[in-house]
Every structure is written in structure tokens, then in C-alpha cells.
Design a protein around this ligand. Structure first.
Ligand SMILES: [Zn+2]
Ligand SMILES: [Zn+2]
Length: 80
């Protein structure tokens, strides 16, 4: 087990150039990396920009969507 592998910070990342959300999934969810690349994904086509959001390694996650979802859940079928 490598001793010096830091745990990446999970943060919500967006591309600084095209503002596409960057979520590290699959292999990249477990691979520690500092620089992120805007690639094609579920959120858009990607622009190829590479950026480093912090000195520490980070992992792009979905932004804290729970609260948003609760606010926007279409759970009511009409006025009551
Ligand atoms: Zn990444
Ligand atoms: Zn981009």
C-alpha cells in the first residue's frame, strides 16, 4: 500500500473555460489527480481545457444536489 498517496478532496468542479461540470467517474474516481481535463461526458461535449483547481489532489463530484433536488422535486401534482 503506497504510503504517500493523499486522499483527494471531493469538490464540485466546473470547467473554467466552458463551465461544463466535471465529474470524475469510474477509473478517475479512484485515481488521484490534481489536474482535470474537460472531456466529453454526460454534461456536455468538453472543450479539452486542463486546469488545476487546487494544490491538493481533488476529485470532481456532483455538486451537493440533494438540497437542490429537494427544492425542485416535482412532487406536487397541483395546488392543494
Ligand atoms: Zn478529473
Ligand atoms: Zn471545458
Amino acid at each position: 500500500m503506497p504510503e504517500s498517496e493523499p486522499t483527494p478532496f471531493p469538490i464540485a468542479l466546473a470547467c473554467p473555460r466552458c463551465h461544463q461540470q466535471h465529474v470524475d467517474e469510474g477509473e478517475w474516481a479512484t485515481r488521484v489527480h490534481r489536474k482535470h481535463k474537460c472531456v466529453p461526458g454526460p454534461f456536455g461535449p468538453g472543450c479539452g481545457a486542463v486546469w488545476q483547481p487546487a494544490d491538493a489532489p481533488t476529485v470532481g463530484v456532483m455538486r451537493s444536489f440533494q438540497i437542490d433536488d429537494m427544492l425542485h422535486t416535482p412532487d406536487s401534482r397541483g395546488p392543494h
